[in-house]
Every structure is written in structure tokens, then in C-alpha cells.
Design a protein. Structure first.
Length: 418
């Protein structure tokens, strides 16, 4: 048995690579089942966000090759193309990695809370797909518990820093006064909701929420007195927007160069500020080359995010120390599983001996033998049977000078030094 965490994330790969290897949310369960069909893969879960695509596995014989081969075949990408961007974390390092991810220590935004919810979603999908077993199930549950403890006992989430916060901060650098401007938000998930909250606090008075499902857009728009539209209506309203922030789960761009060109003409070349938080990207990269358009991707936000990280560094160090301890606890649990079958066999042998001796005593009692004599003989024979084999092995260990075995026996049998 071996644990494995396969990772391509914002630390290892640019957005151009990450968008090629992301998993569509509605297809993850199908992908999990094909992954578990691979040789040596017993358990599996997939985490796919704008900043990371990760696979967590329990495999036989530490065979990493089958996972890499499956991954490249699934995404129809050459293994050599992704090799420079892949991190493989085995066993103890896999445990450490999952705990750090859950706590936001491996996020672009240090300590951001959204990743824990995304990890819980990954766990739920894998659980429903039936691809979790004792090892990954325990690891996920353990990571949730550790993340809760770290958020309770440290200030890791104390500063208001997130991708959404960074996007709005960048907009404020472009527009010194946010009042009087209009923002178009594409999508209606957690990131867009947080973006709307920051925009509202920054003085934006007019917001439009465009989403594939108009009902979801309406719920979000109502909270901020904004206008809700269907995604199909978005091109008609693009010219109204001074700020466009997009974060959907679409696998293809939803805003192309032609649509933006028409909007710029309608605006008489007044500039539009755009932030594409999505991976795969929602806005065609060619839009960034246009005049009067300032387009930023999720990677461009890193510098702004870095400025807000200083206040979290001390808390992060405390969190890392907690994780060091918790990783060891988890590994101790894994090691304890090795003794389960041994303990079971030991108990079964003892129970067999007891049954044999008890049956013999019952037969003697049935024949009318003296009860006290039968009970005394039962106790003596049972004691002799139970201690015989350990006694033989300890004598042999002493004969061979195996003081390590004798010391182990002393500890296991709870014997005095004398």
C-alpha cells in the first residue's frame, strides 16, 4: 500500500498548461471510475480548481507510472509535455500535501478558505463514485479536522485577501473612484459572490450578473441590488461595463475578440478593465492585445496577492508546526494498521486454545469428574498452552543473543525488568 498525491498547480505550471489538464466538474465521477480501473490503483479522488489539478490515490507497489499514463491519455496530452510541471508526493509527503492544501497553505492566496470547500466537494464526488476506501476516506476526514483546528487556533484567515479581493484591488488601481462605474460579473459561484461583495464595499453602484442559469444569477443580484441576465444576453450588455470579472466552469471561452470589439466601438473606445479568474479561461487571450482593453488573468493577480500575505506569514508558520505533528499522527495510524492482522491472528490462536481446553473440561465434567480438579487442571493446561510458544521463542532468542527480541518481549508482555 502506498499513498500518492499527483499535482499540477499554480506553483508548478502556467495557466496555459493548467487549463489543458483541468477536469469538467460534471465529468469527474466518470474520470474517477476509469482511473480506478488502472493497474495498481485501489482508491482515487480528483481535485480540479482554477489553480490546481490534483489526483489523490492509494496504489499498490508505489506504481506512479500508471497514474501519469492515465492522466496524459485522458487529456490527450503527451507525457513529456506535462512532465516539467508535475509534482509527485508519495506516502508521508502526500499526507503533508493534502493537509497543507486543506488549510490554504499551498494556495496562491495564503490561507484562503475556498479551497477547503472545494476539497470537500472532491471528497463528496469520489465518495458517491465509490472510489474511496479506508485510506483516502480517513485522510480526507483528517484533513478537514486539521484545517478546522488551524483556522480556530491561528490567524491564517485573518486578512481579507483572496483572488476576488485582488481582482477588485486591481480595479481600484485603474479607477481611483469606483462610484459611477458599472461592473459585469460573469458566473455566480463563490468567487463571483465574494467579488460582488468587495465591489459593493468599494463603492460600485451598478452591477450586472450574467450566468448560464438565470435563477442563480437572480439570487446573487438580489443581494446587491444588481441586474441579473442570462449568459446569452451578456454580449448585449458588455458595452455598459467598465469592469468585467469572469469566473465560470465553462470548458471553452465565452467571451471572444469579436464581441469585445463591438462593445469597444459602442463605448466610443472608453477602456474596459477585465479580469479572467477562470481556468480554463473564459476570455480569449487575444482580447488582451486590443487597444482600450486591460485584460488580466488569474496569474497576473499574484503580485497583488503577495502584498497582502505578509500579515499571514507568522500564522502560516504556526500552521506548519501543527501540520508537522498531525502528519506524524496520521502516519502512526497507518503503521498501526500493519498490526491489525497480527493481533487478529494472535487472538484467534488464543481462542482456539481456550475452546480446546474448555471442551476437554466439559467432557470430564459430563463424565462426573470432580469439579474442583477439573477447574484446576483447566487453569494449568490453559496457562501452559498460552505461554508455551512465547517461552520457547524467548529461550531461542536468548540462546542466539537476540537481546532486541527479548527487550521487545519485555515491552509487549508488560514484564518487569527483573
Amino acid at each position: 500500500m502506498s499513498l500518492l498525491a499527483f499535482s499540477i498547480n499554480h506553483n508548478t505550471a502556467p495557466v496555459e498548461i493548467r487549463e489543458k489538464v483541468s477536469f469538467a466538474p460534471e465529468k469527474i465521477d466518470q474520470a474517477l471510475n476509469t482511473l480506478r480501473d488502472c493497474p495498481d490503483v485501489n482508491e482515487a479522488a480528483i481535485l480540479s480548481t482554477c489553480n490546481r489539478t490534483e489526483i489523490y490515490c492509494e496504489i499498490d507497489n508505489s506504481n506512479k507510472d500508471s497514474v501519469v499514463k492515465w492522466f496524459s491519455q485522458y487529456h490527450q496530452i503527451d507525457e513529456r509535455e506535462i512532465e516539467p510541471y508535475v509534482f509527485m508526493h508519495p506516502d508521508q509527503e502526500a499526507v503533508r500535501h493534502v493537509l497543507r492544501v486543506a488549510c490554504g497553505l499551498d494556495s496562491m492566496v495564503l490561507g484562503e478558505p475556498q479551497i477547503l470547500g472545494q476539497l470537500k466537494d472532491a471528497y463528496s464526488i469520489a465518495s458517491k463514485a465509490g472510489t474511496l476506501g479506508i485510506f483516502l476516506n480517513r485522510l480526507f476526514q483528517y484533513s478537514f479536522s486539521v484545517a478546522k483546528r488551524i483556522r480556530t487556533n491561528t490567524a491564517i484567515g485573518g486578512s481579507p485577501v483572496s483572488v476576488a479581493f485582488a481582482a477588485v484591488s486591481l480595479a481600484k488601481q485603474i479607477f481611483s473612484d469606483m462610484t459611477g462605474h458599472t461592473a459585469l460579473l460573469i458566473g455566480a459561484g463563490d468567487t463571483i459572490e465574494l467579488t460582488a461583495r468587495h465591489l459593493n464595499e468599494s463603492g460600485i453602484e451598478n452591477m450586472i450578473v450574467a450566468n448560464r442559469t438565470i435563477e442563480r444569477a437572480s439570487l446573487l443580484a438580489k443581494e446587491f441590488n444588481a441586474k441579473a441576465i442570462a449568459l446569452s444576453e451578456m454580449p448585449e450588455h458588455l458595452a455598459e461595463a467598465d469592469i468585467v470579472i469572469s469566473s465560470t466552469a465553462s470548458q471553452l471561452p465565452i467571451l471572444g475578440k469579436g464581441t469585445v470589439e463591438r462593445a469597444i466601438k459602442q463605448r466610443k473606445h472608453r477602456p474596459i478593465f477585465m479580469v479572467d479568474i477562470a481556468v480554463p479561461r473564459d476570455i480569449e487571450p487575444e482580447v488582451g492585445a486590443m487597444q482600450d482593453v486591460y485584460l488580466y488573468s488569474v496569474d497576473d493577480l499574484k503580485e497583488i496577492i503577495d502584498e497582502g500575505m505578509k500579515s499571514r506569514q507568522e500564522a502560516a508558520q504556526q500552521a506548519e508546526e501543527i501540520i508537522d505533528t498531525e502528519v506524524q499522527h496520521f502516519m502512526n495510524w497507518l503503521q498501526s494498521l500493519e498490526a491489525v492482522s497480527l493481533v487478529r491472528n494472535y487472538r484467534e490462536n488464543a481462542e482456539d486454545i481456550c475452546k480446546e481446553m474448555l471442551d476437554k473440561a466439559k467432557r470430564r465434567l459430563a463424565n462426573g469428574d470432580n469439579t474442583e480438579e477439573v477447574m484446576e487442571e483447566l487453569a494449568n493446561q490453559l496457562t501452559n498452552k498460552l505461554v508455551h510458544q512465547p517461552s520457547v521463542q524467548m529461550k531461542q532468542a536468548s540462546y542466539e543473543g537476540r537481546h532486541d527480541l527479548l527487550e521487545a518481549a519485555r515491552i509487549l508482555l508488560n514484564l518487569d525488568d527483573e
